[in-house]
Design a binder for this molecule. Structure first.
Ligand code: SF4
Length: 676
């Protein structure tokens, strides 16, 4: 069994214990709520514009604000910005963002409450050198890096400033890349080298981040760091974590990607302050971050007086929590579509009750799905009771005549399985602690005789799930030839689904496919509903769990289908559109990133399976570009470099021409298709 020290238990929400680090008036970690922060996109030498934006951020609910300090002059101007905020009576801790310039960090520390350094470039410039380091050379390099970093640690200790050791997947040093590659292990090793210097100086006001644009990599890196810190100091409260997904992009996709990565970690109890990085006005990041944090602060308050409910499924939920691997399952045929095995993670829609007017509902559904013509609807499920059951075959016939071919499933009670409509290919049967063994046996026998697949939907909090799995498996085993799937309906869906798959492993049923179901909470607003769907489904998908996702409660069927596919793309399980890895921009940005991203998106969005990185500068460029097919990176005022993978293929392109040149480049590489 692999180490799982990153969380107290994967089967119940428990926040990772950390020390409190003070950033001016604001505490991070300890018993503090999850803090929300952002970063300015203004020129740090422009005092008024920067103070204006900070004032708007604070008014929106931002609790900590970061500014870039790429030069000594920028670092010096942090004093003016701080003074201007004081004159305006805006109280908010400031953080200086440092890449490449230790001298600027020393000055910035005088004027702000925290300094963020990037271990990948604090003491190194990127040269993409391939070099073998023997132990002596490796030690020499670490000593050199420590000597560059130590003065800043000492100065921050004297001044009472905090330091964020902010590692980025996209900007690891050549030395780390040579030994560890572009991996979560390399990110963690890089961060811990800097922690060694802090601890040797008796400095403990440290916050960590491990950002990546790939949600799977970000989750793995944060977990691995939590694990390594727990190993270094067993039983002691760890250092707080600043959690975020970098270069998440804009619009709904940026929000979904952020909700998957940040939400998955908050589900693990990891995260003391969060930043949602959107390629938009940073003020628009704040409601998103607040909606994500509020869910976990509310949950923590609700559970504060309750003991952790023990849940022991008898096996781990995943072999390796530090690397994504899709759970191996068997294939179950469901009419024209199969779930599990090598099939893609399927997308289906929860429709709610069987419609009162099947023909009208089928026409409306067909029209709604036609608006998402490029997305296959791979399953439909309706809730069925004695009153609505007679309409089910009529609804199936109306769907067929309206051109909707998705296989139909019905959620119904155990005793109704045998007599259920002929048109369905799967029955979904709820299992609760009140379900009788006879009732479950009746459902299993009925499904086997009818030749339809049976999905057991386990209902309850994580601690009851193992017993429900046992009951369902016992009933299934007695029914020869039955195809079985599982799903969960729980107020804690991530933890309960982990308990499900862990129990299936413990009962030698590890290969049983699992459907991830999400219905919108009617009390959620529109944005919160999308974020919660993304977290609940995406966290499990990133753990490799899930052979299908089913989304419901969003009113329009096409909207639900679109959301399901966007979540699959955000979790990197299925790619339906071009993925844009675009940075949020900051004072280093060399062009209008929001407008440029919109222009490039308008030209290339229809291309399927492509990743395009759009970066304001080169700081995170090369590493994140390794994950992208094409890159568009600011190289100077009004100048852009174009990349294919990590290689610069066109230099010094005037910004006005660059979007057209990018399209030409995509054509030359054979990746272009005209829009339909
Ligand atoms: S990549 Fe974007 S956000 Fe990051 S430092 Fe460069 S301009 Fe700023």
């Amino acid at each position: 069994m692999s180490r799982q020290r990153f969380t107290a238990t994967p089967f119940w929400p428990v926040r990772r214990p950390t020390r409190e680090v003070r950033i001016g008036d604001v505490g991070i970690g300890g018993r503090n709520p999850i803090r929300v922060q952002s970063m300015t996109t203004t020129d740090t030498q422009d005092t008024k514009t920067s103070a204006d934006q900070i004032e708007r951020l604070v008014a929106a609910g931002c609790e900590i604000v970061r500014l870039t300090a790429p030069s000594i002059r920028d670092a010096e101007n942090l004093r003016e910005i701080s003074a201007e905020l004081g004159r305006r009576r805006v109280r908010v801790p400031l953080v200086a963002d440092i890449h490449f310039t230790p001298n600027a960090a020393m000055i910035a520390a005088e004027h702000v409450e925290k300094v963020r350094i990037n271990p990948g470039n604090f003491a190194d410039r990127k040269k993409f050198e391939v070099r073998e380091y023997d132990d002596a050379a490796w030690s020499d390099e670490i000593a050199r890096v420590a000597a560059r970093f130590r003065p800043l640690v000492r100065r921050c200790k004297e001044l009472g400033r905090a330091i964020r050791i902010g590692t980025n997947h996209g900007s690891l040093s050549d030395r780390i890349l040579n030994r560890y590659g572009d991996t979560p292990s390399g990110m963690v090793a890089s961060a811990l080298e800097f922690l060694d210097v802090c601890e040797a100086e008796g400095f403990f006001d440290v916050v960590f981040s491990m950002k990546a644009s790939n949600t799977q990599v970000a989750i793995a890196a944060y977990r691995l760091l939590a694990d390594r810190l727990a190993e270094r100091a067993p039983g002691r409260a760890g250092y707080p974590f600043h959690v975020g997904v970098t270069e998440a992009g804009d619009g709904e996709d940026g929000r979904i990607k952020s909700a998957i990565g940040i939400g998955a970690l908050l589900e693990d109890g990891i995260g003391d302050t969060i930043r949602v990085s959107l390629t938009e006005d940073p003020v628009r990041e704040i409601p998103v971050a607040r909606a994500l944090a509020a869910r976990y602060d509310a949950r923590a308050a609700a559970l504060a007086t309750l003991p952790v409910e023990p849940c022991d499924p008898g096996a781990p939920f995943v072999d390796d929590p530090f690397a994504h691997a899709r759970r191996a399952t068997c294939t179950v045929g469901l009419g024209a579509v199969a779930f599990g095995g090598q099939e893609p993670v399927r997308a289906e829609i929860e429709l709610g009750p069987v419609p009162a007017d099947p023909a009208a509902a089928a026409r409306a559904l067909a029209a709604s799905l036609a608006a998402q013509a490029t997305l296959a609807c791979e399953g439909l499920i309706v809730d069925c009771d004695a009153a609505s059951a007679p309409r089910l075959d009529a609804f199936a016939a109306a769907l067929a005549s309206a051109g909707v071919r998705a296989p139909l499933a019905a959620r119904l009670a155990s005793e109704d399985v045998e007599t259920a409509a002929k048109s369905i290919v799967r029955v979904v049967v709820p299992v609760t602690i009140a379900s009788s063994r006879d009732g479950l046996a009746m459902a299993a026998d009925g499904a086997a005789r009818r030749g339809v697949a049976l999905e057991w939907q386990l209902e309850g909090r994580p601690p009851v799930i193992p017993a429900l799995v046992d009951r369902a498996l016992t009933a299934s085993h007695a029914a020869a030839g039955l195809s079985v799937l599982f799903s969960v309906a729980s107020t804690l869906p991530v933890h309960a689904t982990r308990a499900l798959v862990a129990r299936l492993r413990a009962r030698a049923a590890a290969q049983t496919p699992v459907v991830l179901r999400h219905r919108r909470d009617p009390s959620d607003g529109d944005e919160a509903a999308i974020l919660h769907a993304a977290t609940d489904l995406g966290a499990l998908l990133c753990d490799g769990i899930g052979d299908a996702v089913a989304v419901g409660g969003f009113g329009d069927a096409g909207r639900a289908l679109d959301l399901a596919y966007r979540i699959l793309q955000g979790a990197r399980l299925r790619t339906s559109w071009t993925e844009f890895i675009s940075c949020p921009s900051c004072g280093r940005t060399l062009f209008d990133l929001e407008e440029t991203t919109a222009r490039i998106k308008a030209r290339t969005q229809h291309l399927s399976g492509l990743k395009i990185a759009i970066m304001g500068c080169i700081v995170n460029g090369p590493g994140e570009m390794a994950d992208a097919d094409f890159g568009y990176v600011g190289a100077g005022p009004g100048i852009v470099n174009l990349y294919v993978g990590r290689e610069i293929v066109e230099r010094q392109v005037p910004q006005d021409e660059a979007p057209d040149r990018l399209v030409e480049l995509i054509r030359r590489c054979g990746r272009w298709a005209d829009p339909a």
